[in-house]
Design a protein around this ligand. Sequence first.
Ligand SMILES: [Zn+2]
Length: 304
Amino acid sequence: MSTINTGIFTAPNAGEYLEREPDMQVQQLAGRLWTASDGLRRSIFLEGDTGVIAFDTFGTPGAARAYGKAIAQTLPEKPIHTIIYSHDHLDHAGFSDDLAPDAEIIADEMCAKVISLRGAKGQLEPTRRLSGAHNEMEIDGVSFTLLNPGPTHGSGNLSAWFAEDRLLFSSDTILPNARYGLMPDYHIWNFVRFMRSFLDLDWDTFVPGRYELTDRARFELGCDFIEAVQEESQKAFAEFVPIWVLDAMQGYVGGKLKERFGCLEGFDEHIGLIAVRIVHHYLMGGWGLEDTPEPGVVLADEVA
Ligand SMILES: [Zn+2]
């Protein structure tokens, strides 16, 4: 245990969780564009002229190694020379040290700041920090666009748009189902507004950070779903629903939305948790500077 990367775990028996290597499924999406999934989480990697650009690392040292092996099997002779962190969270980007310790690591400046201060074991600090909403990238012969319209989920969430392949990748934001769970660190004030801004771009295929690939219509339905939970959660106050009680919120919000969104897989099991999380946004006013109408203020000390 002492020699492996442990993220922020302190419990000595976390090793079993951290070391397990899951099976990885790899699928080619376009000429230079691939996706890998361990059945729960999902990411993408790109074939450069001389090496590989990998998005994220998966969430344990074992999963990072499995991701690395899957990439090596798919593109032998091409080492991972670049890692792009989609956001700061350890379950997606926590173990670059186990994937490619010498790679250049690209991240948004907010993501980089959190990672630097957190000092999780295995999550290497970014070597290149991006700023702004829109970055045109040209790495090792591959062109794509990294987008951060503002706080959506986690810190400095970068989505990737592949215009030529008509594909968008956005980790831990919109899902192809209703399996959002507790939704910690979703920035509800602007979440749907920023996610909908991606619909101004031309793409057909959506690659989420979890579960299966989906399309534009399903992405739009995902935006509608979160927005509808926001609306119904506010109404719960007017009807004096005990908003901190899981069963009560599940019954109230679930009942209102079942007809329209019950088709989303996982709706029945998750709607209560989602509603309890979102209702507290309205109760408290949000989680910090990211949850304000002008969230750019969080960058006040970052950008000259
Ligand atoms: Zn996340």
